[in-house]
Design a protein. Structure first.
Length: 285
């Protein structure tokens, strides 16, 4: 019987007290335990930022990559061994800024992975400049007259790019978030869970109370996640209402089933002949 404690590790956690990352971490452990995934079958991959530190605090396979480059690493991991469960942790700046093109590429390929974006609308690790999801005009330590770029609408862009599973969670709704992570991990293909969370140190606008005043759960309404037009409309709600839950879910064919050689068996299962490889390389010099 696998419990959430199976994923505990002994590394010291230095997130700020009150940071939403603690609740996201707890929801992840609960989601993994609910699915009875052994730690050795789980691979977490991350980029740079406070969200990128998440795999350090879990006992499982992990790779901490470069800023914006978590998704290419996850793509290679899943292609090499599709028996592994691959979960990616990114921040809003890491994924939607530096990693924006990789975000679109992973959606188009429909890589079978779960992407958890810790979205606090600010760069927390580098001390509070605007991120792609900061609202237009938001005043920060760097943008002291207000941001001049429009807010990146991640859910709407994911839907427009063809993502088959798009959801939004809130760190403070830990039980609900656990359910979303489980659903995303059980989806066959690329699954996005954008997780709203407070940054208590550098974002004094999008606070926990700000979220709670606006957030509502789609599960409490008469909502059909198979309707792409309705999902796109909900994805653009922001200032006065924040829908939480699965906005859209539709079946698709994941990348490793689109490629005949990968469909037959994972790259890791193929025999490796070092002599043949060396001889072939030498012949082509």
């Amino acid at each position: 019987m696998i419990t959430s404690k199976e994923f505990n590790c002994n590394y010291e956690n230095k997130w700020c007290p009150g940071c939403g990352n603690f609740q996201i971490l707890a929801a992840m452990k609960n989601a993994f335990a609910q699915q009875q995934i052994p730690p050795e079958k789980l691979t977490l991959i991350s980029g740079i930022g406070q969200a990128g530190k998440t795999p350090h605090f879990l006992k499982c396979n992990m790779f901490h990559g470069l800023h914006g480059r978590a998704l290419p690493l996850a793509t290679g991991t899943k292609i090499a061994n599709n028996d592994l469960t691959v979960v990616v942790n990114c921040g809003d700046g890491d994924c939607y800024g530096e990693g924006g093109n990789h975000f679109l590429g992973a959606i188009r390929r429909n890589i079978d992975m779960t992407l958890l974006v810790h979205n606090n609308q600010i760069y927390g690790l580098t001390k509070g400049q605007a991120s792609p999801t900061s609202s237009l005009g938001m005043v920060t330590k760097l943008q002291n007259t207000g941001t001049t770029s429009s807010q990146f609408s991640a859910l709407a862009i994911a839907l427009a790019a063809g993502a088959g599973f798009v959801a939004r969670g809130l760190s403070a709704e830990s039980g609900h978030l656990t359910e979303l992570i489980v659903k995303a991990m059980n989806y066959k293909g690329f699954a996005l869970v954008d997780i709203l969370q407070p940054c208590v140190s550098f974002n004094k606008i999008n606070t926990l109370s700000w979220y709670k005043e606006r957030a509502y759960k789609l599960a409490d309404t008469d909502y059909d996640p198979r309707d792409p037009a309705r999902a796109y409309t909900l994805a653009q709600e922001w200032e006065n209402s924040l829908p939480l839950g699965v906005l859209y879910e539709a079946a698709g064919t994941p990348f490793h089933e689109r490629v005949p050689n990968l469909r037959a068996k994972a790259l890791a299962a193929h025999n490796y002949d070092s002599k043949l490889l060396t001889d072939t390389l030498l012949q082509n010099l």
